[in-house]
Design a protein around this ligand. Sequence first.
Ligand SMILES: Cc1cc2nc3c(=O)[nH]c(=O)nc-3n(C[C@H](O)[C@H](O)[C@H](O)COP(=O)(O)OP(=O)(O)OC[C@H]3O[C@@H](n4cnc5c(N)ncnc54)[C@H](O)[C@@H]3O)c2cc1C
Length: 666
Amino acid sequence: MASKPPDVHVTSSELLDSLDTDSFYVEGADIADTKAPKVPIDRRWEERRFRARLVSPANRRKLSVIIVGTGLAGSSAAATLGEAGYNVTCFCYQDSPRRAHSIAAQGGINAAKNYRNDGDSVYRLFYDTVKGGDFRARESNVYRLAEVSVEIIDQCVAQGVPFAREYGGLLDNRSFGGVQVSRTFYARGQTGQQLLIGAYQALERQIAAGTVEMNTRHEMLELIVVDGRARGVVIRDMVTGAIETHFADAVVLATGGYSNVFFLSTNAMGCNVTATWRAYRKGAYFANPCFTQIHPTCIPVSGDHQSKLTLMSESLRNDGRIWVPKSGEDKRDPREIPEQDRDYYLERLYPSFGNLVPRDIASRAAKNVCDEGRGVGPGGLGVYLDFAAAIARLGRPTVEARYGNLFQIYAQITGEDPYQTPMRIYPAVHYTMGGLWVDYDLGSSIPGLYVTGEANFSDHGANRLGASALMQGLADGYFVLPNTISDYLADGPFPQVDQSHPAVAEAVEAVRARIDKLLSVNGSRTVDSFHRELGRLMWDYCGMERSEEGLRKALTRIRELKKEYWSDVRVLGTNEELNQALERAGRVADFFELGELMCIDALVRRESCGGHFRVESQTPDGEALRVDDEFAYVSAWEFGGDDRRPILHKEPLVYEYVEMKQRSYK
Ligand SMILES: Cc1cc2nc3c(=O)[nH]c(=O)nc-3n(C[C@H](O)[C@H](O)[C@H](O)COP(=O)(O)OP(=O)(O)OC[C@H]3O[C@@H](n4cnc5c(N)ncnc54)[C@H](O)[C@@H]3O)c2cc1C
């Protein structure tokens, strides 16, 4: 199918005129990645590694790197750079690197090993990822990710990560959405935990060797930029409240995603945007902020008291069948509804991929059947995920071995036994494809600032395929960054920086002033009540479905709410103590600014792509419609200043290897 049927064609000038977007942003010059070598795609990574300057082992001792974040992306980078001999200083806000959000990852990690001999290859993983991302990712990066995926598995096995194995002793694989091969490696429903233990032990080894200094319970609150280079961070010791400065030759942010801007998400409660947002305000471009992933299989919201949503891993879609009653009037117990009265809508609509369509397609389909009034459970916001057929076919022990811990989680939260009655699931915010803009070297628009893992705008375009985040985080940390950062560090060590430098004093003062301000408002509303209201606005207007009208409404209300926040928030306690209210207050203040940029980004992107359905951009039969000739670009936003409009730089996306076409999973 053509990407844009003529009967619904709208030109960009018509779109932009009708939006009057000028009041929201300024358009800057286009940008491009200049680091990927101009050679055939399968030679680019090898060529880049060869051309990148090296630092000799003896000189590495003279160079220092700060790494903020010790999830999979950060701990793998820290361990590798430490092993290489650089001086690494690491920070995380948890009490141990092992508590990073990566530990929550359940389902698995992709790699193009083709152990199943089912037609997989580096090229197919590349193709699936570009297509799955709805043609909004950079081809060079995605190809490299697919290449490196193979090495990740070898490294993790060597570390002792206990991947599941099949009868012959090879590592076992299962399938995730959007693909027709089995390439997902897993360790029960605890893949992230096991991978993080592997990376953590590699990190601990370097801590013991003295190449990495680890600082837990330290939160980065500001980036220090000196003479145009990232040279350090301002950190708050979360136990004592002390404000510290740390300097290095380069800074790496591996600080994860920002799904919690929605308040309710599947992310750990602490996940936030502060590190990347502070870098944005210092000149790092923020790319595709409105690209968020809505995961189709989460436990539905149960009431207003809730502050967290729980994911039921996508791996469940390997064996579970998704359905709703054919009639919205049918309120029978699901077990009493006969086959002929059920609608297995994914199998019906997408026979080739069935229940394993990509997340965006599955999420939107669930929303559609619920909008039709056929949803199940409280408020009609749920669909069934049913294991009866799998249990009959495979037996309960097999199902238990594959998914036992996930079933336990479900039973504990809902009080229902999924072995007996179908699970109820509904889409929820899960992952952010947007993040700081990086080039092929993972360098941001600030020299010396590198960004890895979920914190960068990554390789996933407008929709990440399942099990690809762990792959990307470890690819970045173990293999990509260590090979590219040397090209920058080869010019170091850079001149010493200390507290007396005006840029440092200014950064420290900004942090102190902000903390003082938050503590002195002494208003009447809690941080959480503001956050909840912001999250609701984001979900209603910048979630799965967006419209110009809704986004404008959200922007107006977010701006009002932000003002109210700074005049009416109540933050108890002091800075000089462990103060979680203060920590949250700073993070929510940044979420307000981010939320505004997300809505502006969504307003400008007047096309449906990935999981983002723009009501103004649909086919006559109501399907999502991408508008390639207007929007095949990465939007990279530059901070314009407080109360000034952000500047949009476009990085045009060129597809030389995968033909851009409307996706079909039918
Ligand atoms: C429930 C769930 C299940 C998932 N399952 C899968 C799966 O099966 N497969 C898959 O591929 N992906 C999965 N994902 C996605 C994947 O887990 C994440 O994208 C990935 O783990 C992110 O890793 P990261 O290293 O980039 O960030 P994180 O693991 O989030 O680590 C961020 C680090 O940054 C630190 N940090 C952040 N801000 C600051 C600051 N200001 N100062 C100091 N430190 C800071 C934190 O302390 C932490 O150490 C899942 C996600 C969720 C929510």
